[in-house]
Design a binder for this molecule. Structure first.
Ligand SMILES: [Zn+2]
Length: 108
């Protein structure tokens, strides 16, 4: 038995922008993923890509602020079109809020 991704996946832009959040509320906008992942609690590549490119700024902002966020996700979000998202991702990278992956010889 392998681990499964437990993330909501962004499917399509809603008719009503209020339906973006909270994540998972609208089943037209969000689908529950069950792709196989290597480690339990991990988000699969498809969900990650869908969230990084999600047209909703609040959703991308929440992704940038997620505790234990993946380094590759944070790095992708530092080039986000929205300045608040890019700033939140840069801050998370600086603070090393990314699940300890950033601890190895990087902090002063
Ligand atoms: Zn997934």
């Amino acid at each position: 038995m392998g681990a499964r991704c437990r993330s909501f996946r962004f499917l399509q832009a809603p008719d009503d922008p209020d339906d973006y959040l909270p994540v998972g509320r609208s089943h037209k906008v969000w689908g529950l993923c069950s792709n196989r992942v290597v480690r339990k609690g991990e988000r699969c590549q498809e969900c990650q890509d869908a969230l990084i490119t999600c047209p909703s700024v609040p959703v991308r902002l929440a992704l940038a602020r997620e505790v234990g966020q993946d380094l590759t996700v944070l790095e992708a979000l530092t080039t986000d079109n929205d300045m608040a998202v890019a700033a939140a991702a840069s801050k998370a990278l600086r603070n090393g809020d990314s699940g300890g992956l950033f601890d190895v010889g990087v902090r002063p």
